[in-house]
Design a protein around this ligand. Structure first.
Ligand SMILES: Nc1ncnc2c1ncn2[C@@H]1O[C@H](COP(=O)(O)OP(=O)(O)OP(=O)(O)O)[C@@H](O)[C@H]1O
Ligand SMILES: Nc1nc2c(ncn2[C@@H]2O[C@H](COP(=O)(O)O)[C@@H](O)[C@H]2O)c(=O)[nH]1
Length: 380
């Protein structure tokens, strides 16, 4: 149970008003619950906290908070989106730290609540202009997933970021910790999985592999489109999670060719190759028949497969440099109002002469997740 704030803070909610801001704290009403977002004490709480007031029981709940929490700023606003996510807008923050989503009732949260037997909320950072979905690439070992991903990263370095997985397998000769994988102890990884730090994990070819929430956030924080190289079990878990991704299965031209590639790579022992080939049969079955994947690409000739992958991702000539720029600082004064009209959020910062910046109105488009201001000459 949390500590109840002053009655006046909740008074309006209980009378049906659904947003009230008190500088450091904002409250949003979702069904029978009021989510109070913000730390009570700037000194002792440097991160934005979340408490829930359950109107039906009259009790306070401290939820389990997943994801990276945003740092406090001297003001913030919040607005409910689709009844299951809250957009939190931090004042006086750089545009890369200004927008945060708090999931409160999505299918992902419901599943986590079943697992934990507790109220759960999850933070994720909103990256302006990041309209493209993350890409999940799956397929049997040795089919060429890593090779195709490397080609994308080399050709489009500012567009894609690789989600660095954790694994308990030993590093190969040229693999670097933190770049190819986070090489981990099983006990540490298992404990982090229990603590909800992983988006997905699976036992693959006798080792534990997993994608941490942080691995995906690091890429989003860099304003890049995330690529995940994971097995079919992992792809299934991501499908069931809140990460809205594109799922691509890479298939070999034949089983014999797959075996040839795996042997030619010369990174596994004969016993491990046999194990990977056995698993490959099952993965090929599942990949092609489950309906889990949005696209299946056959990696016969590497260059043709790469061209098909680019086509599928809409990477035609001209997109390499097509990145938008945004205002560096989103300058919200303590007094401001937020409203949602269709797919737009309007932030009114009050009279321009009162507000030290000339930007007294911001408009956030939720479809493309971009921001503009009538006073900001960006050309968006
Ligand atoms: N189209 C292709 N034709 C011939 N060889 C290829 C092709 N694509 C990749 N290869 C080679 O096959 C081997 C396996 O490729 P890669 O390591 O990219 O597979 P992977 O799917 O990432 O495997 P794993 O799942 O085990 O990480 C590498 O030696 C690579 O150079
Ligand atoms: N479910 C997950 N599978 C993963 C992850 N990272 C890698 N993988 C898959 O494991 C196999 C073997 O990889 P290798 O590097 O040992 O050859 C391969 O199919 C990868 O796609 C992960 O985070 N989660």
């Amino acid at each position: 149970m949390g500590e109840a704030p002053a009655d006046s803070f909740l008074g309006d909610f209980l009378n049906g008003v659904d947003l009230k801001s008190k500088g450091q704290e904002t409250a949003i009403c979702v069904g029978s619950k009021i989510y109070v977002i913000g730390g009570a004490d700037l000194e002792s709480t440097p991160l934005i906290g979340v408490r829930i007031f359950d109107k039906s029981s009259g009790e306070w709940i401290n939820p389990i908070v997943l994801g990276t929490k945003p740092k406090l700023s001297n003001s913030h606003s919040a607005v409910l989106l689709n009844g299951d996510r809250i957009l939190v807008i931090k004042g006086n923050s750089n545009s890369d730290d200004c927008f945060w989503f708090l999931e409160v009732g999505t299918p992902f949260i419901e599943e986590q609540e079943r697992t934990y037997g507790n109220e759960v909320v999850a933070w994720s950072k909103g990256v302006l202009g990041n309209v493209e979905k993350p890409i999940v690439i799956s397929g049997p070992s040795g089919v060429g997933k890593g090779t195709l991903i490397s080609k994308l990263m080399i050709e489009f370095p500012s567009m894609f970021g690789f989600s660095v997985s954790h694994t308990t397998r030993a590093p190969r000769e040229k693999e670097q910790n933190g770049i190819h994988y986070h090489f981990s102890d099983r006990s540490v990884m298992e404990s982090d999985i229990k603590d909800g730090k992983f988006l997905e994990f699976a036992s693959v070819h006798g080792n534990l592999y997993g994608t941490s929430v942080e691995a995906v956030e690091v890429v989003a924080d860099a304003g890049k489109r995330c690529i995940l190289d994971i097995d079919v079990q992992g792809a299934r878990s991501v499908r069931a999670s809140s990460l809205d991704a594109i799922f691509i299965f890479i298939s070999p031209p034949s089983f014999e060719e797959l075996e040839k590639r795996l042997r030619a790579r010369a990174t596994e022992t004969e016993e491990q190759i046999q194990k990977r080939l056995r698993n490959a049969r099952a993965e090929l079955e599942q990949g092609k028949s489950s309906g889990l994947f949005d696209h299946i690409l056959v990696n016969d000739d590497l260059e043709s497969c790469y061209e098909n992958l680019k086509k599928l991702l809409g990477l035609t000539e001209g997109v390499k440099t097509a990145r938008k720029t945004y205002p560096e600082l989103v300058d919200l004064p303590i007094e401001h109002s937020v409203s949602k009209i269709d797919q737009k959020i309007l932030i009114n910062c009050g009279a321009a002469e009162y507000h030290k910046a000339s930007n007294n109105m911001y408009v956030i488009c939720l479809i493309h997740f971009c921001i503009h201001s009538p006073y900001w000459n960006s050309g968006i």
